[in-house]
Design a protein around this ligand. Sequence first.
Ligand code: SF4
Ligand code: SF4
Length: 202
Amino acid sequence: MSEYQFEQLETLSLVRMYLKALPSGEKDKLRLTAADYLEFRRRVDRFLERYCGSVCDQSCYQSRLSACCSREGIITFFADVVLNLLFSEEDEIDGLVGVLRQESDGFKCVYLGSAGCRWRIKPIVCLMFLCEPAKAKVFRQHPEAESEWLELERQRKKFTWPDRPVLFDILEKYFIAMGCSSPLMYMHQSPGLLRVKEKAGI
Ligand code: SF4
Ligand code: SF4
């Protein structure tokens, strides 16, 4: 098991354990906290379906040359893991644990299965990744899509960029308050993000 897999497995297992210990009403509250974020993701999905379907296809994801899903170590925030587990079934979580325990050849993301990404709520970095050739093609074919994409990028920050109280920071704080700690808690550990918070007086 690689260092990346170990780190991912450790965080996934911790989050799973803490979530299991919560009363179901508390889990519902957490799911409700994520409602606006999920709505935002649906807007991104609609954009991708409308404009990118003909550019990004399954063969691209499986190709070793593709910029998508081609690295073992995609960045996942702690909140990505929490959100995914909050909305996943137990057998889906077992599937993630299974691939993290397997030997990986490192040529593609450990989470990439034959039917695509194994995450139900995939990491925000993945959801909003469009390679430069794809962007160029989409924006050339649909000039109106460019401003729409920029607006989605701006909205993403409302959940992930901690110059204000954001969901990704709130979820980390919630788990820290319960005694949980993970190297994926970038909102509380990344020097860059800590500077953003300090500058914003948070
Ligand atoms: S973003 Fe680029 S690499 Fe990824 S699926 Fe689309 S065309 Fe392929
Ligand atoms: S987590 Fe999913 S979407 Fe992201 S790189 Fe891995 S397989 Fe691809």
